[in-house]
Ligand binder design. Structure first.
Ligand SMILES: Cc1cc2nc3c(=O)[nH]c(=O)nc-3n(C[C@H](O)[C@H](O)[C@H](O)COP(=O)(O)OP(=O)(O)OC[C@H]3O[C@@H](n4cnc5c(N)ncnc54)[C@H](O)[C@@H]3O)c2cc1C
Length: 437
C-alpha cells in the first residue's frame, strides 16, 4: 500500500473501516473501525488510553472522587506487568507473579469500563478514540500510553535492521516477552563480553539501566561467568544516585562491570555485533541494546507530540496538552522539566494532578488551583546477596506564579542497605495494592 496522508483517509468499501496515517508510522495504528461501540457521552465521560501506572491510577481516582463520572479505560494488554522490580526479577530475586496484576478487579471495584483493545487513532474535532473494534466518544481524554522505542534514530528507515536488533537484542524497557528473552540471555551467558547501552536522556526511569547492570552482574557472579558486562553511557556520569551505583560496581562487581561514560552511540550493527561510540568501538557476544525512547505512538497519531523532542508538551501544573485542553497526558509520554519518567511519578501525575484538574474542569472551577504537588521516590536494588538498595526521594512544590512545579527537597541515600531493600518491596506492594485491589 502506498503512503496515505492523515487527511486523506481511505474508506475501505463496504467494511466500514478507514485506513489512516500510514506515513512512516506503524500499521498498528492503521485500522479505524467506523462503528460506535458505546452510546454517546453525557458530559462526564473520560476515556483513558493506556492502562499502565498513570492510566490505572487515573481510572480509580476519577471514579472514587467524582462518582458521577463515566470512565472508560482502553488497554491493549491482557495482563499488567510491572517494569519496576523487573530488574530484581531478572536476577531471580522475586517471581513473575510479584510483577503481574489483572485489570478486572479494579475496574469492577471502582465501576469503570475496561476495553481490552488497541486505540488506533484520535479524532480531536469529533472527540473520538478509534479502536480496532469501533470508536468511543469522549468529553475528556487522558492519554497515558507510556513510551515506544525509537529505532529509527539508529537505523533510519532500515526496518529489517531494526527488526534484527529488536529481536536479537531486545530492550525490555516495555514490559512483556522481551523481559523473558533478556532473562534467558543473562542466565545462559557463560563467557565473553555482554554490552548494555544506556538510552540518551530523557528516557524511561533514569536509574533503571544502572540497576539492571548491577542485577546482571549479580547473576554473572552467581553463575561464575568468565566475562564482563560493559555499560555504555552517553552521559558523563551516572545520574541519579551515581555514588551509590559506582560504589556497588567497584565494591561488589569490580571484575565484572566496566562502566564507560561519554559513549554516545554512532552506529549499532546487530549483525556484526558491534556498537560504535564516541568512546570507542565495542564488540560483543551478547547484549541488551536500548534505543532512544519517545512518547507512545497513539500520542503522535493524536497530533500531540512535539516532533523536536518526541514527547508531548503539557501545562506543567495540570498536564493538559498544549495542543488541546480537553486532553491530558499523564505518565512517561508527557514532558515536564524536572519530572523523571517513573512509575511513582506517573502515579502522582494521575492522582494528584490530572484527576484533580479534570474534576475541577468538570465542575467549572479553575483546574490549576486544584492540583496538588507531586513527589517521586525511586529505589534501586544494587546487591542481590544480601539484597541491598539505594534510594532517591524528591518533594516538589507548586510555584503558582511561575505556573510550574519546582523541586523543594531532594533526599538521596547512596549507602546501600538491607533496610532499603525491604523498603523497595514495601513501596512496590503499596502501589500495586493502590492500583489493583
Ligand atoms: C527496567 C525498568 C525498571 C523500572 N523501575 C522503576 C522503579 O523502580 N520505580 C519507578 O517508579 N519506575 C520504574 N520504572 C519506570 C516505570 O515503569 C514507568 O515510568 C511507568 O511504567 C510509566 O507509566 P505510564 O503509565 O506512563 O506507562 P506504562 O506503565 O508503560 O503504561 C502504558 C500503557 O499503555 C498501553 N498502551 C500504549 N499504547 C496503547 C494503545 N494505542 N492502545 C491501548 N493501550 C495502549 C500499554 O500497553 C501500557 O500498558 C522502571 C522502568 C523500567 C523499564
Amino acid at each position: 500500500m502506498g503512503e496515505v496522508s492523515r487527511r486523506d483517509l481511505l474508506k475501505v468499501a463496504g467494511l466500514g473501516v478507514t485506513v489512516g496515517a500510514l506515513q512512516g508510522a506503524s500499521l498498528a495504528y492503521a485500522v479505524r473501525t467506523q462503528n460506535r461501540i458505546l452510546p454517546p457521552p453525557k458530559g462526564k465521560r473520560v476515556v483513558i488510553v493506556g492502562g499502565g501506572w498513570a492510566g490505572v491510577t487515573a481510572a480509580k481516582y476519577l471514579r472514587k472522587e467524582e462518582p458521577g463520572s463515566e470512565v472508560i479505560l482502553i488497554e491493549e494488554r491482557k495482563i499488567f506487568m510491572s517494569c519496576p522490580i523487573s530488574n530484581v526479577w531478572l536476577a531471580g530475586l522475586v517471581d513473575m507473579e510479584f510483577l503481574m496484576h489483572d485489570f478486572h478487579t479494579p475496574a469492577s471495584k471502582y465501576g469503570y469500563t475496561f476495553l481490552n483493545t488497541r486505540a488506533t487513532g484520535v479524532d480531536r474535532d469529533k472527540r473520538r478514540v478509534y479502536t480496532a473494534e469501533g470508536y468511543v466518544e469522549y468529553d475528556y481524554l487522558i492519554l497515558a500510553p507510556g513510551i515506544e522505542y525509537n529505532y529509527e534514530a539508529w537505523f533510519g528507515n532500515d526496518r529489517k535492521l531494526s527488526r534484527i536488533c529488536s529481536t536479537s537484542f531486545p530492550s525490555a524497557f516495555i514490559p512483556g516477552a522481551e523481559h523473558v528473552a533478556l532473562k534467558r540471555k543473562i542466565e545462559n551467558f557463560e563467557e565473553g563480553t555482554f554490552v548494555l547501552t544506556v538510552p540518551p536522556p530523557p528516557h524511561r526511569c533514569p536509574p533503571a539501566p544502572y540497576e539492571r547492570a548491577a542485577m546482571i552482574a549479580h547473576v554473572f557472579k552467581r553463575n561464575e561467568v568468565a566475562g564482563k558486562l560493559i555499560v555504555l553511557d552517553p552521559k558523563d556520569g551516572i545520574r541519579p544516585k551515581g555514588p551509590g551505583f559506582m560504589s556497588a560496581y567497584e565494591e561488589l562487581y569490580s571484575d565484572l562491570i566496566e562502566y564507560v561514560p561519554e559513549a554516545k552511540i554512532k552506529e549499532v550493527d546487530p549483525v556484526k555485533k558491534v556498537v560504535r561510540t564516541t568512546a570507542g568501538d565495542f564488540r560483543f557476544d551478547d547484549a541488551n541494546l536500548n534505543p532512544p525512547h519517545r512518547a507512545g505512538g497513539i500520542a503522535r497519531e493524536a497530533g500531540l507530540v512535539n516532533p523536536k523532542t518526541g514527547w508531548c508538551d503539557v501545562d506543567p501544573l495540570t498536564l493538559q496538552s498544549k495542543e488541546d485542553p480537553r486532553i491530558f497526558v499523564a505518565g512517561d509520554a508527557s514532558s515536564v522539566k524536572g519530572f523523571p519518567k517513573s512509575g511513582d511519578m506517573a502515579h502522582n501525575h494521575a492522582q494528584r494532578m490530572v484527576v484533580r484538574a479534570l474534576i475541577a474542569l468538570m465542575r467549572g472551577r479553575d483546574p490549576k488551583s486544584a492540583v496538588e504537588a507531586p513527589t517521586n521516590t525511586c529505589y534501586s536494588m544494587v546487591n542481590g546477596d544480601p539484597k541491598e538498595a539505594i534510594v532517591i526521594n524528591v518533594l516538589y512544590a507548586l510555584d503558582r506564579e511561575k505556573g510550574a512545579p519546582v523541586k523543594k527537597k531532594v533526599r538521596v541515600e547512596n549507602t546501600r542497605s538491607k533496610q532499603l531493600a525491604r523498603a523497595t518491596f514495601e513501596w512496590a506492594k503499596a502501589l500495586y495494592r493502590d492500583m489493583f485491589s
